[in-house]
Design a protein around this ligand. Structure first.
Ligand SMILES: [Fe+2]
Ligand SMILES: [Fe+2]
Length: 206
């Protein structure tokens, strides 16, 4: 058990302080950089910083849940989805740099909070663990959809990344559902939406 925690602690440090790697090609790899007005670039940067921050939190959530998942099927599913989340981290991080910015200064804070939530969800048992995961992925998918309507139309590179992430997140939600996720009570879903609002508002700016 201690070994498991040490491995996860190491992953946490890498999430926050090292560059993530992607096995799949970056979704925007074949696309050319568009001419963006200064305002558009700033806006796209803010949105991509929010998405990067979301992926940092995804790392923490999945880690917390994998540490506590009871069945091998749940653990393996979480591990697979977590690998795709690492790729999302890599894609958004590179895009932030290309847009001339840096990741949110709040990342360590949200990371720690998400890890605690992941562990707490896991302690309740696999069905709630998976229920929390399904709801998170659904909310993130909807959130990414909203970004597709807010990102500058010309910023095809950011849009390609967000589109692929949205598809992946909805797949993660289905996976959790198929593994027997419980339906979360409405107030819990509401609290999740509210905390996501606080997080996205802060990371958009800094
Ligand atoms: Fe993701
Ligand atoms: Fe996901």
């Amino acid at each position: 058990m201690l070994d498991k925690w040490i491995v996860e602690f190491d992953k946490g440090l890498r999430t926050l302080f090292a560059s993530a790697q992607s096995l799949r090609p970056h979704p925007d790899a074949a696309l050319d950089e568009a001419e963006l007005a200064a305002e558009e670039k700033k806006h796209a940067l803010g949105l991509m910083r929010v998405n990067h921050c979301g992926e940092v939190c995804a790392q923490a959530l999945y880690q917390g849940q994998a540490l506590t998942a009871r069945t091998p099927q749940a653990r393996e599913a979480l591990r697979q989805a977590a690998q795709e989340e690492v790729e999302h981290l890599a894609w958004t991080e590179r895009r932030i740099r290309e847009l001339g910015g840096r990741p949110s200064v709040f990342n360590p804070l949200w990371y720690t909070g998400s890890l605690a939530i992941g562990v707490a969800a896991g302690v309740l048992g696999d069905k709630w663990n998976l229920g929390f995961l399904e709801e998170t992925e659904q909310q993130v998918g909807a959130h990414l959809d909203s970004h597709l309507s807010r990102l500058p139309a010309a910023d095809v590179k950011s849009r390609a990344i967000v589109e692929q992430m949205r598809d992946d997140e909805l797949k993660h939600a289905d996976m959790a559902h198929d593994l027997g996720a419980a339906q979360l009570p409405a107030p819990v879903k509401g609290v999740m939406k509210l905390s996501a609002k606080v997080m996205t508002g802060a990371s958009y700016r800094l």
